[in-house]
Ligand binder design. Structure first.
Ligand code: ADP
Length: 313
């Protein structure tokens, strides 16, 4: 085969080097000016190759730009979401904080009213009188609001950096008795039997307010979901840990839902007739875990639930 001009192999290699570098000195004019027909074919082929490669690299650049755009948009959406969550948590924290003071005043006022005109006062109105009933209702609603506000505060505290525990030496048996005493009115209203099996003191070092919250949430759930049947609480000490059991004989929790009820806002299908936010058990679990303990559940539908809390001493 005969090539015009310089060595054809060198020329082809030169064109290939150009194409590799993203350039090409072949044009329609240079192809037409090429006297050798075979070389013309090769040049045409190289020109098409260059155009294909240029097109492919433009496509790749466009695809990369699009991917960059998608990644930037995703980052922007994530940032928006982070800010929205932060705003929500801030709102929850401020709202709960602001609500706490007037609610505490309201609760004191209700206590005062119950003491002066309620059934326990020296001259109580008749049990069925509107005063007694209305005060009872008012007190329950204030208690419920207070619990909701405490839960709101806890959510913002836990999600915004975890729980700060202040462990102090205490007797878990005393603490449980105090909580049960505080539920006295509620227990009487529901006419439920609540027994505490606590043969001896159970000393340990725990955050009193937080452990109180654990017992309060478990007992209020046992009352709420216990179908009016007896509730048994037990407190026992072992050498390295304390065991607290709250047992009811109420609606129970289906087996396939037992894991999820410890999540935030999680509720079992058996709870559908009882109002709630689904935060209590989540908070309980957060407190127990922050205290290096654990909580377990044994429950059967229509037979009841047993929550066992283990706390290292
Ligand atoms: P809430 O009672 O406000 O819904 P909790 O976080 O305290 O929220 O409980 C989560 C869910 O676990 C409840 O909605 C209920 O379905 C279930 N649950 C908790 N305690 C009991 C119990 N003692 N008996 C039956 N179900 C319970």
């Amino acid at each position: 085969m005969l090539w015009a001009g310089s060595n054809p192999t060198d020329r082809i290699l030169m064109y290939l080097a150009e194409i590799g570098a993203g350039r090409c000195s072949i044009s329609d004019d240079t192809v037409l000016a090429e006297p050798d027909l075979d070389m013309q074919q090769v040049m045409l082929g190289l020109l098409v190759l260059h155009e294909d490669l240029t097109y492919a690299s433009q496509q790749r650049a466009a695809a990369e730009a699009m991917l960059r755009g998608v990644a930037e948009e995703r980052e922007r959406l994530l940032e928006d979401r982070r800010q929205a969550i932060q705003a929500r948590d801030q709102f929850l924290a401020i709202a709960a904080h602001e609500l706490r003071t007037p609610l505490a005043t309201l609760a004191l006022l209700v206590d005062h009213l119950v003491a002066t005109v309620g059934p326990a006062s020296p001259n109580p109105p008749a049990a069925a009188s509107p005063d007694g009933q209305q005060l009872g209702l008012l007190r329950r609603q204030v208690d419920r609001l207070t619990r909701l506000v405490v839960q709101m505060l806890d959510v913002s505290r836990i999600t915004g950096g975890g729980l700060q525990l202040t462990p102090v030496p205490l007797d878990l048996r005393d603490l449980v008795r105090d909580v049960v005493d505080r539920f006295e009115l509620e227990i009487a209203r529901r006419q439920v039997s609540v027994t505490v099996d606590a043969p001896g003191p159970v000393h340990g070092t725990w955050d009193a307010a937080r452990v109180e919250q654990v017992v309060t949430n478990l007992l209020s759930n046992a009352l709420k979901y216990g179908a009016g049947r007896p509730i048994e609480i037990s407190v026992h000490g072992e050498p390295a840990r304390a065991l607290l059991v709250v047992r009811d004989h109420g609606v129970g929790i289906p087996e396939d839902e037992q894991d999820k009820i410890f999540g935030p806002f999680a509720r079992a299908t058996t709870a559908r007739y009882h109002p709630g936010l689904g935060l209590g058990l989540w908070i309980v679990q957060q407190i127990v875990q922050a205290s290096a303990g654990r909580i377990t559940l044994d429950s059967r539908v229509d037979e009841g639930s047993r929550f066992t809390v283990e706390l290292p001493r």
